[in-house]
Design a protein around this ligand. Structure first.
Ligand code: DGL
Length: 259
């Protein structure tokens, strides 16, 4: 029972930033990772289409006997996790922009959030921003084209640096001291942000906290893997696997269609 895999999905390679934390915290667990890159970016899809893709991937992960599913995508979590929980019996853990820790720690009272259009326009994001952002100015910015550029292998490029600066400069001018990365693709941009942002701005992502939440749920439901052996991870892409290969070489990546 406990040796069944944990399913992890995202629209692309973004969720690998969360998978990295999961594998390091839970080294004995087996994982199945799906990049739904045939349908990326999710940020540009309607809420109904995001729910439809999340349902299709969850259905497939159920067929692979996954014991828990990690929705490693802020856009899918904020638009689809509630409906997934209603229709599937296994536990789900999702990821949402980490507004709460940023709002608690800000000294300037101004917090920037970079996320997809799909996340920023979701009801769940607004509930969280309202609940935890009291007395704090939250500057929301859509990270337009960032996911597409990362998915097309343009992570390290002059264009990427310029685009990021065009999003962060107005935030800097308005006094942010925390920048919340509200998309699992964005932690891959942290080296560029560390180089280009003023040093007092703290970059916030919650991958570590989400990995701990997965550990808590596994313990609570007694679903943790009992094996002492190192777990394995299998990677799937619904589209071309070329970008994924740059992130997870030399591991095995399987291309498959999930309609
Ligand atoms: N990694 C997804 C997220 O966390 C990216 C969504 C997209 O494909 O636009 O929101």
């Amino acid at each position: 029972m406990g040796n069944r895999p944990i399913g992890v999905f995202d629209s692309g390679v973004g969720g690998l930033s969360l998978l990295r934390e999961l594998r390091s915290l839970l080294p004995n667990e087996n994982f199945i990772y799906i990049s739904d890159n045939a349908f990326a970016p999710y940020g540009a899809l309607s809420p109904e289409d995001i729910r439809e893709r999340s349902r299709a991937l969850t259905h497939w992960l159920c067929e692979q006997s996954c014991k828990l599913i990690v929705v490693a995508c802020n856009t899918a979590t904020t638009n689809a996790i509630e409906s997934l929980r209603k229709t599937h019996p296994m536990p789900f853990v999702g990821i949402e922009p980490a507004i709460k820790p940023a709002a608690l720690q800000t000294k300037t009272g101004v917090v920037g959030v970079l996320a997809t259009k799909g996340t920023l326009s979701s009801g769940l994001f607004h509930e969280t921003a309202t609940a935890y952002g009291q007395g704090v100015r939250i500057l929301e910015k859509e990270g337009k084209h960032l996911v597409e550029m990362i998915e097309s292998g343009m992570l390290q490029s002059e264009e990427m640096e310029q685009l990021l600066q065009s999003y962060t400069q107005p935030m800097i001018e308005q006094g942010v001291d925390h920048l919340v990365l509200g998309c699992t693709h964005y932690p891959f941009l942290t080296p560029i942000l560390n180089r280009t942002l003023p040093k007092h701005i703290k970059i916030v992502d919650c991958n570590g906290a989400v990995a701990k939440q997965v550990e808590r749920v596994l313990n609570k439901k007694e679903l943790g893997c009992k094996s002492q052996d190192l777990g394995n991870t299998t990677y799937y892409c619904t589209g071309d696997s070329q970008t994924m290969r740059q992130f997870v070489t030399p591991e095995n990546i399987i291309e498959l269609s999930i309609p």
